[in-house]
Ligand binder design. Structure first.
Ligand code: FRU
Length: 526
């Protein structure tokens, strides 16, 4: 069984027994904790308690809670009739799974979308209502609809005038509305909706979240177009943390990503409240993640400190329905802070794990100023299923080494390599021998991306969980998200070098402690 009583409930129960008839306040959080003992069950990444999950939806912060809704089939471990599952967190680290938020209805199943807080009650649903804008999918006919909640997302009412936006003529793929409030100084402001439609992102404007007017489109001949575009996200960020601003438009694409299958491209440019213009030429294709398993990311709206934080479905449509998990199939990347950085090639998106994850750090090993040779035994004493690695290498002479890096989750015949190719100047993840790779022919692969050392330095930040590896190269400029399915006995770690030597300026490794995932379905109306 995947549910067990939490210490919290046990403590509450024993209090009641001890107190006899005396009045005892009920625990504020009732629930059972998700047992994390299944094979491949992530220990600190959010995963669906049972059955199927794909895209994150409706990411919004409100009144002390980060909400994560997600595409969910509650009846099977493969994709099917879509609902919105729901989880909340006070710190983006520990999560409470809540009852399903949105069920299919007579207009169709509930595809991806977003949630906003209607601060000025523009839609008239009530003070600070949460408003969900999502795609109704009626056997392939796709339209945008609205639901609202006035009790912090616990119960939802579908708007009686749904759908609020019908597909334009001759457009079949028309989905995944991302909505936000746009305002510039001296102007009244309005709602913006970005919707994917084939190989174009369409923009709409509204004053009340209900009446939408077309305002522009972007795409068609820009970036990668060899798969259908999905789940857009659009946000403004400072460049290099300064006063100059740019807009980033992230677009999921269903095929031909660098690691094969589905992936995330992004565009950098300007948005004037009506439409987006890229500052790069049409041929420039930028990828947010060079691994296989980062899809349909969405960023939180209304974060209390203004950080832009997103997470993604940690999977790839090529093999998503075959990954060897048991009673559940679907998990998400760690939340990552997104920023923009000027590089010699132009402005690029950078991602870093959020600092809140620091609370997971347990046992710690550290090394400073080591010269590493080919037979290094530095990590012989370190074992771990869930570890964080932060390393800085200095390459003095390119001739000294061909490649170096780490092997994680090593065991008999199994390992996952995160390596840097010194001559090719590439960062790569090799999961060809990572464990169970037989469930799909496209899974066992080496994924590679160019990464120049910065002043001779190569930095690696790696997060390993029971069935994933996330790699942030050079402070998050080059990122890989990869699922792996190693045996539970493959717990070794190695530092490897092909060549004579490499300088290891600093290496920190932490065991990461499991997170609390409560499941509280007590408010389920069904
Ligand atoms: C992306 C996607 C979306 C769609 C949803 C359906 O993974 O295909 O375009 O809304 O999944 O579950």
């Amino acid at each position: 069984m995947w549910l067990k009583l939490t210490a919290l409930m046990l403590a509450a129960a024993s209090l009641v027994v001890l107190a006899g008839c005396a009045a005892v306040a009920p625990p504020t959080v009732a629930g059972v904790s998700l047992a994390l003992d299944e094979p491949f069950r992530p220990q600190y990444h959010v995963s669906v308690p049972e059955n199927w999950a794909n895209d994150p939806n409706g990411l919004v912060y409100y009144d002390g809670e980060y909400h994560l809704f997600y595409q969910h089939n509650p009846d099977d471990t493969v994709w099917g009739p879509m609902h919105w599952g729901h989880a909340v967190s006070a710190d983006l680290v520990n999560w409470i799974h809540l009852p399903i938020a949105l069920y299919p209805d007579e207009l169709g199943t509930i595809f991806s979308g977003s949630v906003v807080i209607d601060w000025n009650n523009t839609a008239g649903f009530g003070e600070e209502a949460m408003v969900a804008l999502f795609t109704h999918n009626d056997n392939g006919r796709q339209m945008q609809s609205v639901a609202y909640s006035t009790d912090k997302g616990r119960t939802w009412t579908k708007y009686e005038g749904n759908p609020v936006l019908e597909p334009p003529a001759n457009i079949r793929n028309f989905r995944d509305p991302k909505v936000f409030w746009y305002e510039t100084e001296g102007e009244a402001g309005h709602w913006v909706m970005a919707v994917s439609a084939g190989n174009i992102i369409l923009f709409f404007m509204s004053d009340d979240l209900l009446d939408w007017e077309s305002s522009g489109g972007f795409g068609l001949t820009y970036g990668a177009t060899c798969g259908v575009w999905e789940t857009p996200d659009l946000f403004e960020l400072p460049v290099d943390g300064g006063t100059q601003m740019r807009w980033a438009l992230a677009v999921a694409i269903g095929g031909c990503a660098p690691a094969g299958g589905s992936g995330i491209q992004y565009f950098v440019g300007d948005f004037d409240g009506e439409t987006f213009v890229s500052e790069n030429d049409k041929e420039t294709t930028l990828w947010a993640d060079l691994g296989s398993d980062f899809y349909a990311p969405q960023s939180w709206s209304d974060t209390p400190d203004g950080r832009r934080i997103w997470l993604a479905w940690m999977n790839n449509w090529t093999y998503a329905q075959h990954i060897p998990t048991s009673t559940w199939r679907g998990s998400f990347s760690v939340p990552r802070e997104v920023s923009l950085l000027t590089t010699p090639e132009g402005i690029r998106l950078v991602q870093q794990p959020i600092e809140e994850l620091g609370q997971l750090r347990g046992e710690h090993w550290e090394w400073r100023d080591e010269v590493v040779g080919p037979e290094s035994d530095l990590l012989d004493e370190v074992r771990g299923e869930t570890v964080e690695i932060v390393a800085e290498f200095e390459i003095e002479d390119l001739e000294d080494s061909d490649r170096f890096g780490f092997r994680v989750r090593t065991g008999p015949g199994e390992y996952t390599t995160i390596g840097y190719g010194t001559k090719a100047r590439t960062l790569y993840v090799d999961r060809a021998q990572s464990g169970d790779v037989a469930f799909h022919p496209a899974f066992a692969a080496i994924h590679t991306a160019g990464m120049e050392p910065v002043d001779g330095i190569v930095k690696l930040h790696i997060l390993v969980d029971r069935s994933s590896v996330e790699v942030f190269g050079n402070d998050g400029l080059v990122v890989f998200t990869e699922r792996i399915f190693p045996s539970s006995e493959s717990l070794g770690l190695e530092l490897f070098l092909d060549g004579e030597q490499v300088n290891l300026n600093a290496l920190d490794i932490w065991q990461l402690e499991p997170v609390t995932f409560l499941v509280d379905y007590s408010g389920d109306p069904e």
